[in-house]
Design a protein around this ligand. Structure first.
Ligand SMILES: C[S@@+](CC[C@H](N)C(=O)[O-])C[C@H]1O[C@@H](n2cnc3c(N)ncnc32)[C@H](O)[C@@H]1O
Length: 357
């Protein structure tokens, strides 16, 4: 455990809460605002849309069905919404009310009638056995409190022979060091909020803490100064006008690390946290088997290979030229390569597993 995490555990009265309630309920948008297929239709004039559509076709290829799909932990509607034009029906669920509301707004904007979203827990799905032809997931099963339970539930609602196609965060590759920490500090009305996130490779785990500080009037001013001078990370803002998380690099650690928190200890009134056990390839395969899945393939995501491929085609003038009328067909063709993408170098795993009869 990192020193900052140890201090928090020892000094703050903490309530444990699901990640959906602490992290995902707090975000205006979870996916990048311009994400194709979610916030706007795909556009062949945007190079990255070729890459993102290829990933969607990789899901379709790996699923082997165009029937009724379940998307667990849909966030803002990914991959439920971009899959919708290609399948009969999609049901997207998320434990965060806010994410479901955002997904529904996105669905209405795109005008899809074959998608619906509901608040539900991936570890306790409100659907009958064998009620879906396929299940899709975008880095969400590892955000539930119990991966094994979520896998068992996913299997239960799949028809026999149906496939689960899921991406998983792969911390061993994602993190450039053994542990990564982030903080943010901001003011919200009368309260100050301190968030601390830690991810570790071994064992692969992640924890996030949200501490509420209610300073006495005399000590409010220095905290206000600290909150307003918190260094914002451009590009990812939780809500308008508020800072996003910052890596706990030396400068941030000096200003907002353990010493800062010790100094503000009097003001810390309460806190919430979540803790998640992530997985590595080997234990993921074991968990899938234990949950009753067979034909397990654990690959890397096709995104990086697709990116290199489409950049080369773009530079050759083909994306806006000869291939433009074949946008979908080109993405679909490249997507068939999903099984040969090796998992070693990718921070996200792409997994296909079938419910054995
Ligand atoms: C990393 S986000 C991924 C969102 C989206 N699938 C994507 O790829 O952009 C993880 C999502 O899982 C949801 N989640 C976490 N725990 C959950 C649970 N027990 N049941 C359902 N959804 C959950 C979160 O609210 C969040 O929207």
């Amino acid at each position: 455990m990192r020193p900052l995490e140890e201090w928090i555990r020892q000094h703050v009265s903490l309530e444990r809460t699901p990640s959906a309630k602490l992290r995902y309920d707090a975000m205006d948008h979870q996916a990048p605002r311009g994400l194709a297929g979610v916030y706007r239709p795909f556009d062949p004039d945007e190079i990255y849309d070729w890459v993102d559509l290829t990933l969607i076709f990789a899901y379709l290829e790996a699923l082997g069905t165009r029937g009724r799909l379940l998307d667990v932990g849909t966030g803002d509607g990914w991959p439920a919404l971009p899959l919708a034009p290609y399948v009969r029906e999609v049901v997207g669920i998320d434990l965060s009310d806010r994410r479901v509301a955002v997904s529904e707004e996105n669905r209405a904007r795109l005008g899809y009638a074959n998608v619906r979203f509901a608040v539900a827990d991936g570890t306790d799905l409100p659907f009958p056995d064998a009620s879906f032809d396929g299940t899709v997931v975008g880095t969400a099963l590892e955000q539930t409190d119990d991966l094994d339970k979520a896998l068992a539930e996913t299997r239960r609602v799949l028809r026999p022979g149906g496939a689960l196609v899921a991406t998983f965060e792969h911390l061993a590759v994602e993190l450039s060091q053994n542990a990564e920490e982030e903080v943010e500090f901001f003011v919200e009305g009368e309260r100050f909020i301190y968030r601390y996130v830690v991810k570790e490779v071994s064992p692969p785990r992640e924890a996030e803490y949200e501490l509420i500080l209610r300073p006495a009037p005399a000590s409010r001013r220095p905290l206000e100064l600290a909150a307003t001078s918190f260094p914002c990370r451009p590009g990812f803002v939780r809500r308008e006008g508020e800072p996003g998380s910052r890596p706990l690099a030396d400068d941030v650690a000096a200003a907002y690390g353990l010493e800062f928190l010790r100094g503000a200890a009097e003001a810390v009134s309460s806190g919430r946290y979540f803790e998640l056990n992530h997985t590595d390839r080997r234990s993921l395969e074991g968990s899938l088997r234990d949950a009753g899945f067979g034909e397990i393939q654990i690959c890397g995501r096709i995104t990086r290979a697709a990116h290199g491929f489409f950049i080369a085609l773009h530079e050759a003038g083909l994306l806006r030229g000869a291939l433009r009328p074949h946008f979908e067909a080109t993405c679909a063709a490249f997507a068939t390569l999903w099984p040969i993408i090796t998992p070693e170098a990718d921070p996200v795993l792409f997994v296909r597993a079938r419910r054995s009869a």
